[in-house]
Design a protein around this ligand. Structure first.
Ligand SMILES: Cc1cc2nc3c(=O)[nH]c(=O)nc-3n(C[C@H](O)[C@H](O)[C@H](O)COP(=O)(O)OP(=O)(O)OC[C@H]3O[C@@H](n4cnc5c(N)ncnc54)[C@H](O)[C@@H]3O)c2cc1C
Length: 467
């Protein structure tokens, strides 16, 4: 029988990173992945393919909307969706092959098949052809991730009624895409097709989009996307979805209590994701789940069975690739006797619409609910020379500091390159910077990042220079 120190089940950004770190620390390591490609949701049907399509559609949008203003005339521009999807597939292939390379480089044994516990220290791997192999492992890390969830009365037919996975592979631009759910995934994929010429209607149960993020970001993003042509039906509860062949009908109750319906040709169900534990045989090992079907873990990410750990989307916390990876590193380092730590408060969240949205730390709503006395600084992107030069003037940066100590408690931004700029806020907050600390640091001119300095000046003493 194959005997390993550490076996990881699932090769997403949680699992493959855990495996690499474990191997670096000298453990004899195996990884089990049920699909033929490595990388999990993120690399195959999540972060990477969605960003590839977002980038392609953004180029198209710029060619059709902003080039002329820059003095660039390109004549008739057409979007070739099939080429865009093919390019996206090339990007995915290169990226997933990169993970296989890293497995080989780190001498990690890869098993392709469904991993299933036979006991707390034995795992069976069932391959595509039905054959089985057994692994014995001292420690196991469950990193089986998540799957799209739906509403009980919606049947995903993968043709007209689709999840993000199918939305990444459409061979035509929808005429009217109805998106159920105004969260990150719905807005990102809605943006892709909006830019390519689809009518896009977002139907959201709550009274705002991106509900977990700071309220100011939610309002501004809705305003900007509306300006781009996206339609919003908020406080609207979907009650049914029907595939009529070439069209779909979504029925719902709006905020006035009226029955309404929307006709489109595709409906994207993006109402969240659920932890994935099917086929894992957790009962054979004695691993417990919580009330929401997630693997129950303590602060060390240890399950109810001492030698089994769980990380990423399959446990509680934000369903984000970088959170999963941090947890993978933490578990491997703990097994090696180290004392790693994750600051969950400083895991940034990003929405890759244009403009991009990003936030880290506490939102104003959270801090107010906690009764913390705060100071808020704001700076509009349109006041920056860099924004005017590029033509990206939408958005703002908001910095929330403690009213007494001036410590930065939250940074929330919407604007060009926010996804990359949020790293500066994470760094500052990890070192527990005050708003004045950031305000007194030199920021290169002209950059979008100058808005961080200006918002910090506004937060610390209402002394922003350019507003
Ligand atoms: C459209 C979309 C866009 C996204 N964009 C972003 C983004 O921009 N940034 C971000 O941070 N996050 C993004 N996410 C979320 C991100 O993909 C997840 O948070 C991340 O993939 C979680 O990683 P994981 O390792 O926990 O699990 P996963 O990536 O889900 O990987 C789990 C792996 O385990 C395998 N597996 C499951 N059960 C078994 C078994 N029994 N045996 C063997 N293998 C098994 C699965 O096949 C899968 O490969 C996006 C998600 C989607 C759907």
């Amino acid at each position: 029988m194959n005997q390993f120190d550490v076996t990881v089940i699932g090769s997403g950004p949680g699992g493959y990173v855990a495996a690499i770190r474990a191997a670096q620390l000298g453990f004899k390591t195996a990884i089990i992945e049920k699909y033929n490609t490595m990388g999990g949701t993120c690399l195959n049907v999540g972060c990477i393919p969605s960003k590839a399509l977002l980038d392609s559609s953004e180029h198209y949008h710029n060619a059709t909307h902003t080039f002329e203003n820059h003095g660039i005339n390109v004549g008739t521009v057409t979007a070739d969706i099939q080429r865009m999807v093919a390019r996206k597939n090339e990007v995915v292939e290169q990226t997933t092959k990169g993970i296989q390379f890293l497995m080989d480089k780190n001498k990690i044994t890869v098993f392709h098949g469904v991993g299933s516990f036979e006991s707390a220290t034995k795992i069976a791997v069932t391959k595509e052809d039905g054959s089985k192999e057994s692994i014995a492992s001292k420690y196991t890390i469950i990193a089986t991730g998540s799957k799209p969830s739906s509403l009980p009365f919606i049947e995903i037919d993968k043709k007209r009624i689709i999840t993000s996975t199918e939305a990444l592979n459409l061979q035509e631009v929808p005429k009217h895409l109805i998106v159920i759910g105004g969260g990150v995934i719905g807005l990102e994929l809605g943006s892709v097709y909006l830019r390519l010429g689809a009518k896009v209607t977002v139907v959201e149960y709550m009274d705002k989009i991106i509900p977990g993020m700071d309220g100011a970001l939610s309002k501004e993003l809705q305003k900007v996307l509306k300006k781009q042509g996206m339609k919003f039906e908020l406080s609207t509860a979907v009650s049914g979805v029907t595939n009529n062949g070439d069209t779909v009908t979504v029925t719902a109750t709006n905020k006035k209590g009226e029955e309404v319906s929307f006709e489109g040709d595709y409906v994207l169900v993006s109402v969240g994701r659920r932890p994935y534990t099917e086929g894992l045989g957790l009962e054979n090992a004695g691993v417990e789940l919580d009330e929401r079907g997630r693997v129950k873990v303590n602060e060390h990410l240890q399950t109810s069975v001492a030698n089994i750990y769980a990380i990423g989307d399959v446990v509680a916390g934000p369903m984000l690739a970088h959170k999963a990876s941090e947890e993978g590193v933490l578990v491997a380092e703990q097994l090696a006797g180290q004392k790693p730590h994750i600051n969950y408060n400083l895991i940034p969240g990003v929405v890759y619409t244009w403009p991009e949205v990003a936030g880290v730390g506490k939102t104003e709503e959270q801090l107010k609910a906690e009764g913390v006395a705060i100071k808020v600084g704001n700076f509009p992107m349109r006041a920056l020379g860099r924004s005017r030069a590029s033509g990206d003037t939408d958005g703002f940066i908001k910095i929330i500091a403690d009213a007494k100590t001036d410590e930065v408690l939250g940074v929330h931004m919407i604007g060009a390159r926010a996804a990359d700029m949020i790293a500066a806020a994470v760094t500052a907050m990890e070192f527990r910077a005050s708003a004045e600390d950031i305000a007194r640091m030199s920021h290169a001119h002209p950059t979008f990042a100058e808005a961080i300095k200006e918002a910090a000046l506004d937060a610390t003493a209402k002394i922003a220079i350019h507003s």
